[in-house]
Design a protein around this ligand. Sequence first.
Ligand code: MG
Length: 361
Amino acid sequence: VTADLAYRRASLEHVGGFDERFPRAYRENSDLALQIIGAGYRIVQGRRTTRHPVARADWMVSVRKQAGNADDALMRARYGRAWRTRARTSPTSLLGYLITCAFLVGAAAAVCRGRRRGSLAFGLGWMTRTACFAARRLRGSRRTRREVATMIVTSALIPPAALAHRVRGEIRVQRDARRGRPAHRRDTARAGVRAVLFDRDGTLVHDVPYNGDPSVVRPVDGARTAVARLRAAGIGVAVITNQSGISRGLLTRSQVDAVNRCIDREVGPLDHWFVCPHDDGDHCTCRKPAAGLVHRAAASFGVRPSECVVVGDTGADVEAAAAAGARGVLVPNRRTRMEEVRAAPEVLDDLAAVVDRILAR
Ligand SMILES: [Mg+2]
């Protein structure tokens, strides 16, 4: 992933470079890559082959490497549980380690209480799991006597070491948060936000397909507060919404406008509203995932798309952001597809979290 990688200077300046809270490979690279993608840039794969020899190391290296688990706590706090999927790194064995350690603790507890059968059962469980782990790690190796011994000993040490480092990392994240140092840094990147462009249905209000009736408008929890906080911080707020029902003859423009006025009263006021009335067959340049609405909204604030954050509940919203060079944040709901979540550069649980991140200094 990171042996041979080049970034443009402008992209590094945009996101503020490496976060020095990550002292070890490879999380600092994953963090930087996710920040870069989140800022609307792309990382492309080239064709050069790079030789990256394995460095000489002593037999305890695999145990020491578990220190990286402490950094995983910060990655999770920053990007959510799916950060490994988004960073395309291999899944962690933390749950497996937890089970192995539980057997070990169970065996020790049974020994202390004089329960011979219990200690045997738990001990056998721990030995089986450790042996399987060692066997997996030995797959494809030369299996010299020394190598086998090293793998058996380190396979017993890795699970408790990994868990201890992870707990240490979680404590550090909590402690930093209490000291006013949230997981989300990037003052440099966040400082550039001048306008937030919300999707309407499924983001600011609960989605009622082709709704032309203001009486069924139901704002999403926290929408009003989110808009108010952004306005109070001097950040522009607008809505960019696809309303293909107009093109399909299911809605009139005046019905859409009536619903929009109602939403503006319920969660706003919002500075601007932009509606795409077209359907896919109209081949317009404004229907998300096209960039037209984002460009128009940015222009209405007199800012660049790169200074805007698009917040929506579908892949089309974040794709429109990327197409315009804006930052896209996905706030999934029950209808958001898992592929859209995986593909999104930034995913947050709710609108409050979006505003927290935008306003983080
Ligand atoms: Mg939507």
